[in-house]
Write a protein of this length. Structure first.
Length: 349
């Protein structure tokens, strides 16, 4: 089956007993993860006692019985076992769909629950089509945030800490958020911690002091220099942020945000209006000439390849820690070189 819109929040609040498997997919990994968290919380609340086991493609391919064991075998202690799988797509579709077909044929769900997280899946995907057609499983296609959904998310997170925020401060804060839910969540949590116990609503000045730090500005400058092909300035900024201990993950996430912003802007070309104001964070009029020049250097295909390289490097940074620092510098040099070549190509008659 397919769950859409309000059906998703209704299911998360009160999941039915027959739907034991849910696939959540979309291009924004942060929205996918948040939606999966809501479904898991709903199952856990209904069960009263539960535990969550996280698996990935490699775990299941290495031990094929692992998925079935965790789904089919009821806990001796009576707790609900929730299996969370992060998959890249079709690698383990056969194992998952085999269980889905078995549950449909029996007409009853398994003892435990399965949540599957995946990046965008097209309609030809066997995993997507198989779950959409099932009776005991559900597919949820999630999309990137809008300004309104981000405002709702920020207000909800602040409310958890009993933090209030002025209307203009909320609007300004949302306009500065990266267009990726995972990064936006981090910024919202930072704001919530800042506002807790403040004794007054968070103001516009608070937002600007909190969100526009020198370190963040240095990383953004470095990323933009790299995409411009300005090697001297880029590496100077990189040395500066390395000295203050900025993590590789932070660098890569801001790099991803800027690449996605360029890709989104390319998709808006020809739609009319002020494109810069439609982006998150917005590109103001004074910044537009430099942004447009950067956008002209990078095609949609090249930005897509760049995002893939960033994701690969982020995985490396997570597994190798400080050892990934050298890979970051090599990555920057490659981006600078590519941008410089593109500058010469666009300048050619």
């Amino acid at each position: 089956m397919i769950l859409k819109g309000g059906q998703v929040s209704s299911f998360a609040r009160k999941p039915d007993s027959q739907t034991w498997c849910v696939l959540v997919f979309g291009d924004d990994d942060g929205v996918v993860s948040d939606t999966a968290d809501q479904i898991i919380a709903g199952w856990a609340k209904r069960a009263g006692d539960s535990k969550t086991v996280t698996l990935d493609d490699d775990d299941i391919r290495r031990e094929p019985h692992l998925l079935a064991d965790n789904i089919e075998i009821a806990s001796l202690l009576g707790e609900l076992n929730i299996v969370r799988i992060r998959t890249s797509g079709e690698k383990i579709a056969k194992s998952i769909l085999g269980l889905v077909e078995e549950a449909d044929q029996r007409g009853e769900s398994f003892a435990n629950r399965l949540i599957i997280q995946c990046s965008g899946l097209n309609k030809r995907s066997k995993l997507r089509s198989g779950i959409e057609a099932a009776n005991s499983a559900a597919a949820i296609h999630v999309f990137a945030d809008t300004a309104q959904s981000l405002q709702d998310m920020v207000k909800a997170r602040l409310a958890e800490f009993d933090v209030e925020i002025d209307t203009d401060a909320l609007q300004d804060f949302v306009s500065l958020l990266p267009g990726h839910r995972g990064l936006a969540n981090q910024e919202a949590d930072k704001l919530a911690l800042y506002g807790r116990g403040l004794g007054r609503p968070v103001s516009l000045n608070d937002v600007r002091l909190l969100c526009q730090t020198d370190a963040d500005n240095s990383v953004r400058d470095m990323v933009q220099y790299a995409l411009d092909g300005n090697g001297v300035s880029c590496l100077a900024e990189y040395d500066r942020i390395s000295e203050i201990g900025t993590s590789a993950i932070s660098i890569l996430r801001i790099f991803e945000m800027e690449a996605r912003r360029l890709l989104e802007a390319r998709g808006l070309l020809g739609t009319g209006g002020d494109i810069g104001r439609k982006l998150r964070p917005p590109v103001w009029q004074s910044e537009w000439p430099a942004f447009r020049s950067r956008m002209d250097k990078w095609s949609a295909a090249s930005l897509t390849r760049l995002l893939a390289a960033i994701h690969d490097l982020e995985l490396k940074a997570k597994t190798e820690g400080p050892a990934a620092e050298a890979a970051i510098r090599v990555f920057l040099l490659n981006v600078i070189k590519s941008a410089a070549q593109r500058s010469r190509m666009t300048a050619s008659p």
